[in-house]
Design a binder for this molecule. Structure first.
Ligand code: TZP
Ligand code: MG
Length: 211
């Protein structure tokens, strides 16, 4: 997939079955209809699907759904799964293994995202071959059990000031009211779980996130 990374990061919806109270396929369809620019399957934590076959079937189905809207499909954490379903991207955190080794296993066309909390982690992610970094949590979040303390958009500003020029997506506790300050700090986009997955109107939420 030949994609513009910064554009794809614009409204980056992240979700797993543990995050929703109605079928994920249905929620993702609404989000795609509304114009999300990328999707990440993050099947993780309490309530997530543990059965491998079931996880793979879910990933295949959601990848197909994203393709029909020409929206990149990214897999969180799981290299094997990303390779198996030929995902458009893989996203890993700081605890998911040696990033440069993981990068070496991916087809060159596969988008590679890394979460970075500090300037040092951002610089390391660049050396490891990341195509973008996810920075956060921006604000307090309930969607990640082991989330670190919130750093706010100032962290993105600091990274930009220190010369980090990779595409950046902000994450963590983001609502539609935060978009302006996050972009102003130097982010290329926002990534969101609950403010889309649990929105009373997904269409309206995505429209507001698009700005
Ligand atoms: N990484 C840092 S915060 C977070 C992840 C996966 C959760 C973001 O979810 P929400 O509901 O948008 O705060
Ligand atoms: Mg991870």
């Amino acid at each position: 997939m030949n994609l513009n990374v910064k554009e794809a990061l614009s409204v980056y919806f992240i979700c797993g079955t543990q995050d929703v109270v109605r079928p994920l396929d249905e929620i993702l369809t609404e989000a795609l209809e509304a114009g999300i620019t990328m999707f990440q399957l993050r099947e993780k934590g309490e309530g997530s699907i543990q059965d491998k076959e079931e996880r793979y079937a879910l990933a295949r189905r959601l990848k197909q759904l994203c393709s029909s809207y020409h929206v990149p499909f990214v897999v969180n954490d799981d290299v094997e799964l990303a390779l198996e379903v030929e995902a458009d991207g893989l996203h890993i955190g700081q605890d998911d293994g040696d990033a440069s080794k993981i990068k070496g296993r991916l087809p060159s066309s596969m988008l590679f995202g890394i979460s970075a909390y500090t300037v040092e982690e951002a610089e390391q992610a660049i050396r490891d071959g990341a195509d973008y970094i996810g920075v956060g949590p921006m604000y307090a979040t309930r969607s990640k059990a082991d989330a670190k303390s919130a750093v706010g958009p100032e962290r993105i500003r600091l990274m930009r000031d220190q010369g980090v020029d990779l595409p950046i997506v902000a994450i963590g506790g983001i609502t539609t009211s935060h978009v302006k300050e996050i972009k102003k700090a130097g982010a290329d986009g926002v990534s969101i779980i609950s403010a889309i997955a649990r929105a009373s109107s997904i269409e309206k939420a995505v429209r507001l996130f698009k700005g």
